[in-house]
Ligand binder design. Sequence first.
Ligand SMILES: Nc1ncnc2c1ncn2[C@@H]1O[C@H](COP(=O)(O)OP(=O)(O)OP(=O)(O)O)[C@@H](O)[C@H]1O
Ligand SMILES: [Mg+2]
Length: 259
Amino acid sequence: MSKRIDAVDLNVYYGDFLAVEGVNINIEPRSVTAFIGPSGCGKTTFLRTINRMHEVLPGARVTGKLLVDGDDIYAAGVDPVTVRTQIGMVFQRPNPFPTMSIRENVLAGMRLNNKRMSRSDADDLVEKSLRGANLWNEVKDRLDRPGSGLSGGQQQRLCIARTIAVSPDVILMDEPCSALDPISTLAVEDLILELKEQYTVVIVTHNMQQAARVSDKTAFFNIAGVGKPGKLIEYDLTTNIFNNPQEKSTEDYVSGRFG
Ligand SMILES: Nc1ncnc2c1ncn2[C@@H]1O[C@H](COP(=O)(O)OP(=O)(O)OP(=O)(O)O)[C@@H](O)[C@H]1O
Ligand SMILES: [Mg+2]
């Protein structure tokens, strides 16, 4: 559990278009890393390479290396489906399976992996995952109701429960709070701080306060212009990125002068 991630000279393409160029980054286990930067600079694109979700689009590909605890996840013979189990992802809009119950939503990843479980093991996993996502007390009396009947913030925590139910090593989150109200946002942020005890967490956010509140390190991405590739400009402890950035563009961005 909780693995380090190293990108080495990673380039990310959509067909002929180089969307993200030359990323080198080392992400420590048991930490929260925030990706920030203006719209279109490639935060989502790079994030999706970390669990091989990028390549599901036709023509999408990467060059360079992406190492998880030293193993290249793009090496020949590595099964992308296994990678996606070990490196879970939470999306911008909560996306529980609408017709499935809360219980079945939590178990969905297990079912996809064809894991057979006794009823009592499944019950234990549901409770453990929902507790891990700080949702158990709110839903324990309605596990058989549809997941779509929860509030947005609860649905997002349900999706996090679904992600942690398969015991990943890494959790990737792409603007997980952008559709949530401030209270739900704080609930998810509290949860992120708990999750880092066990997982490597990477979160994309446009919310500077959120990056400052939850992350240990921050990566600032930027883009020189339309059609140009996004690049990792600066990566450092979050306090340094916000209080003492080395690059002018980082300072401009975190102080709200653009983006
Ligand atoms: N499916 C796609 N096909 C082709 N180009 C794409 C695709 N998805 C994204 N891009 C392009 O890749 C670049 C990076 O986009 P990406 O979505 O990674 O940016 P982002 O930093 O996540 O932006 P935002 O903050 O708006 O979410 C953009 O130029 C975008 O237009
Ligand atoms: Mg994005």
